[in-house]
Design a protein around this ligand. Structure first.
Ligand SMILES: [Zn+2]
Length: 374
């Protein structure tokens, strides 16, 4: 592979200098059109546009669209977490070691690395494999409008490689905690705190009881943790509060333990601490945990071999946060993440891409795919 860092960075720049936060539809459309054009320029690829509802367009890119099986599924997202105006405020820039800018490592360079790998793989390798690349528009808000599509594709796939950035020390991701987020709404009965407090039923008191009960469900040992991260409520110091709200974030390794927590929370609604207070529970986000299976371990060995052959240092990380890898791993499809170039500072203005990791990580991805073709 002949690799020019300058050419790579000039191809990356337009992907960074556009606002494309989740639901910024014209930005997502711009990114999708860029990748559509890149694959149109390569022989043998079919790009299908997938309607992802209010999140906009997704791309399903295949080299053997007629094949019923997929040997290698690659996944990446086109959206960022950044608000409108960020691209203008801090467009892509570089110093001697790093590139900076919104989404530079999370994960425009991951997507571009996939393109480079496909451009440079030997035709015989591509011929031996059925490859499907999915680019979705809403990973950063939980893939709510793309998860059904991603999972439908993954069910046909033998393995999934997610091209999110490798970690600052070169680590890839073999396991990710599951997560769920709930909004709790408490509706009590207001009363004047001076004249007739006995007629009130406090939404805040009910919420306080819930907070303590939720805290008691945490199990640090097994890694199932619950955090009431935001609370609000009440209308005045002299009013028994009618309304309160709480947001709860749950992380877990064991999907079964999480299911138990979910069942308990739903049972608590039926039997509130104060029977006059109504409680509503709404799950706003959910990702199952990604825990390596035997088949995942075999895939890890292939990645380790490839890295060793190329003299690239890698290690395996367990990440607390979720990605689309969680959604494919839960189907039992071996899934690894972190196959993009090395970066850090995700979701902040400190985000960077390590320049001298770009070429080696393209080669690593290519080598892994070459091994899967054998
Ligand atoms: Zn990402």
């Amino acid at each position: 592979m002949k690799f020019s860092l300058n050419e790579y960075l000039e191809e990356l720049r337009p992907l960074i200098n556009v606002d494309c936060g989740t639901y910024t539809l014209d930005g997502i459309e711009f990114i999708a059109a860029q990748f559509e054009a890149k694959f149109a320029d390569m022989a043998g690829w079919q790009v299908k546009r997938v309607d992802c509802g209010k999140a906009g367009v997704g791309l399903e890119i295949r080299n053997k669209p007629q094949a019923s099986d997929i040997d290698v599924m690659l996944v990446g997202h086109m959206d960022t977490v950044f608000p409108l105006g960020t691209a203008e405020l801090r467009p892509m820039s570089c110093d001697a070691d790093k590139a900076y800018g919104p989404g530079v490592s999370d994960m425009k360079s991951g997507l571009l690395n996939v393109v480079y790998a496909m451009r440079h793989l030997d035709p015989s390798v591509l011929d031996a494999l059925s490859i499907c690349i999915c680019m979705n528009p809403d990973e950063e808000t939980g893939s709510l409008d793309s998860v059904d599509w991603i999972q439908a594709v993954a069910k046909q796939a033998k393995q999934v490689l997610v091209a999110e950035a490798a970690r600052a020390d070169g680590g890839l991701v073999k396991a990710r905690k599951g997560m769920a987020r709930y909004k709790l709404t408490f509706d009590g009965i207001a009363a004047h705190a001076g004249n007739e407090p006995e007629k009130g039923h406090s939404a805040i008191t009910e919420m306080a009881n819930w907070v303590l009960a939720i805290n008691r469900m945490t199990n640090f040992e097994s890694g199932t943790t619950l955090n009431v991260g935001i609370v609000s409520g009440g209308a005045g110091a002299n009013i028994v509060p009618e309304h309160a709200e709480a947001i709860v974030d749950i992380r877990f390794w064991s999907n079964e333990e999480y299911d138990e927590v979910d069942t308990r929370l739903n049972a608590m609604i039926e039997q509130t601490f104060d029977s006059e207070v109504k409680v509503e529970l709404k799950r706003e986000a959910y990702k199952p945990s990604m825990v390596p299976s035997e088949a995942t371990v075999a895939l890890m060995e292939i990645v380790e071999q490839a890295a060793q052959e190329l003299a690239i240092e890698i290690n395996w990380k367990e990440a607390g946060g979720g990605s689309d890898a969680n959604n494919t791993a839960v189907l039992g499809v071996p899934t690894l993440d972190g196959l993009g170039p090395v970066g850090a500072g995700f979701h902040s203005d400190q985000e960077y891409l390590l320049l001298d990791s770009i070429e080696p990580r393209i080669k690593l991805l290519m080598r892994v795919i070459e091994k899967l073709a054998r």
